[in-house]
Design a protein around this ligand. Structure first.
Ligand SMILES: NC(=O)c1ccc[n+]([C@@H]2O[C@H](COP(=O)([O-])OP(=O)(O)OC[C@H]3O[C@@H](n4cnc5c(N)ncnc54)[C@H](OP(=O)(O)O)[C@@H]3O)[C@@H](O)[C@H]2O)c1
Length: 228
């Protein structure tokens, strides 16, 4: 298989790092993150990887980072932030923080990458979640960002159908820092085995990338087998 180039945002930790580890043997990688020393260290651990330094909360930094890219076949938008709070406590600043990173940064980075992705008949993968399909108490801001991300992905897929592939991945809870933070804020005991392993979700991403040319994995939902 010809090696393709994949940019993965949020590749310093958690799911993004697991996706980089899963793709590294077969893909040239761009390791997305906001701390140059960290992303250089991650990139150095793979056979073919370079850093992609960009603080996604600051759209003004994106054009410069994107200008340094040559070819690009794939972008996996994994960077994200969570929020677990009730509407009565959510300030407009907190709404902006969550929507900016989980939705607006994805839209802006994709827009800037589109000429390169179109040239390679590329693939956009958005890491969404169960909370992009249904909301609940304490999830208004996070779920709104993921509902919005699903709307973005569905629209982009139809706009670019036949040219780009667009896949929306919807994992349930994953054993990462994000999930530990949620359990801590809820005051609940954390059991890693009740969660999806990041590598399991990363394999689902690889499956979507490697479906035949005639196929597009449009949406993929993967949930823990454990009850709870
Ligand atoms: N964990 C779950 O249960 C779960 C379930 C469903 C969906 N998801 C989704 O999966 C994705 C990955 O989540 P995760 O669990 O791997 O989260 P995580 O462990 O908290 O990692 C978040 C990643 O996003 C990066 N990031 C945060 N703010 C950034 C910014 N301003 N600019 C650039 N990068 C930034 C972090 O970089 P730093 O290292 O620099 O902080 C880190 O690499 C997210 O989109 C999340 O919503 C997670």
């Amino acid at each position: 298989m010809e090696r393709r180039t994949a940019l993965i945002t949020g590749a310093t930790r958690g799911l993004g790092l697991a996706i980089a580890q899963t793709l590294a043997p077969d893909y040239d990688l761009l390791i997305g993150g906001r701390n140059l020393a960290t992303i250089e260290q991650v990139a150095d651990s793979f056979p073919s990887a370079r850093p992609f330094a960009c603080d996604l909360s600051d759209p003004a930094t994106m054009p410069r980072a994107v200008a340094q890219l040559d070819v690009l076949d794939i972008v996996v938008h994994s960077a994200g932030v969570t929020n677990r709070d009730r509407v009565e406590n959510l300030t407009s600043q907190e709404w902006s923080r969550v929507l900016n990173l989980n939705l607006i940064a994805v839209a802006e980075l994709t827009r800037l990458l589109l000429p390169r992705l179109r040239a390679s008949h590329g693939h956009v993968i958005t890491i969404n979640g169960g909370l992009g399909l249904h909301s609940g108490a304490g999830w208004s801001a996070y779920a709104a960002s993921k509902f919005g991300l699903r709307a973005f992905s569905d629209a982009l897929r139809e706009e670019e159908r036949g040219n780009l592939k667009v896949t929306s991945i919807h994992p349930g809870r994953i054993d990462t820092d994000m999930q530990r933070q949620i359990y801590e804020s809820d005051g609940r005991a954390y059991h890693p085995a009740d969660h999806l392993a990041p590598a399991t979700v990363a394999r689902a991403v690889k499956y979507a990338l490697e479906a035949g040319d005639e196929a597009m994995v449009e949406m993929l939902q993967i949930r823990p087998n454990a009850i709870g």
